[in-house]
Design a protein around this ligand. Structure first.
Ligand SMILES: *Cc1c(COP(=O)(O)O)cnc(C)c1O
Length: 222
């Protein structure tokens, strides 16, 4: 099967409320172009240099999603063409995105990355840190950067029940935040969870955005 068939097969299987982010990292822009020509518009990248180069080769109506760890000094460069940043993992990063979107008068949707996995990683808010950020309330003053939901990655394991529990935890947090901070804000609506190995479980547990690389493009060569 070619990548267009892979994409179609996944898309045809999705509930209508779930969006597919085609994660094109480590694959050439021609592969993105092929899916673009087949009508797909939403692509995800996780490395700053790669998205900065790749986007130049593609039409401007591609909806670029940044999904990797983002350094604050790189924020201003990706703002002009980035639609959504899934990986907002610190108050300082959010503040920098707010500042640069203000300067550039460019709206960017931000998802708060929550650490749900049973794995050591430097990235992502704990549930308490996330609530602390929201309680402080500075985000309410941002004009161009808005919080559109949450993102999380489950533990890389064959234990499907563990993966399900972690996705449930993220869904529960989303529901709680929605009620407590965003009840009247329709833009807070996304739960970005699910990758090639676990997206079916993520959808069952309430995902609205799945981020799929390998199942569409094949294995990455690092
Ligand atoms: C690479 C990546 C994906 C896609 O992973 P696959 O297993 O290839 O589908 C999804 N989310 C993030 C944050 C990634 O870095």
């Amino acid at each position: 099967m070619n990548i267009t068939d892979n994409l179609r097969k996944i898309k045809d299987s999705l509930p209508v409320n779930v969006n597919l982010i085609a994660v094109s990292k480590f694959h050439p822009f021609e592969a993105v172009q092929e899916l673009y020509d087949a009508g797909h518009r939403i692509f995800g990248e996780s490395r700053m240099q790669e998205i900065d180069e790749k986007h130049k080769h593609l039409p401007s109506d591609v909806e670029w999603h940044f999904i990797g760890h983002l350094q604050r000094n790189k924020v201003k460069d990706i703002i002009p063409y980035t639609h959504t940043i899934h990986s907002v993992d610190s108050p300082r990063l959010l503040a920098e995105i707010a500042k640069q979107t203000e300067v550039q008068e460019k709206e960017v949707r931000c998802l708060l990355q929550i650490h749900i996995a049973d794995e050591e990683t430097k990235y992502g808010f704990s549930i308490d840190e996330c609530k602390e950020l929201l309680n402080k309330g500075e985000w309410k003053n941002y004009n161009y950067a808005y919080i559109g939901g949450v993102m999380g990655m489950a533990t890389y394991t064959d234990d499907k029940e563990q993966v399900r529990d972690e996705f449930r935890k993220l869904k529960r947090l989303f529901d709680e935040l929605k009620q407590e901070y965003f009840a009247s804000d329709d833009r807070f609506s996304e739960i970005s969870m699910g990758m090639s190995g676990d997206y079916q479980i993520a959808i069952e547990e309430g995902s609205t955005m799945i981020r799929i690389g390998t199942t569409i493009f094949g294995e990455r060569e690092y």
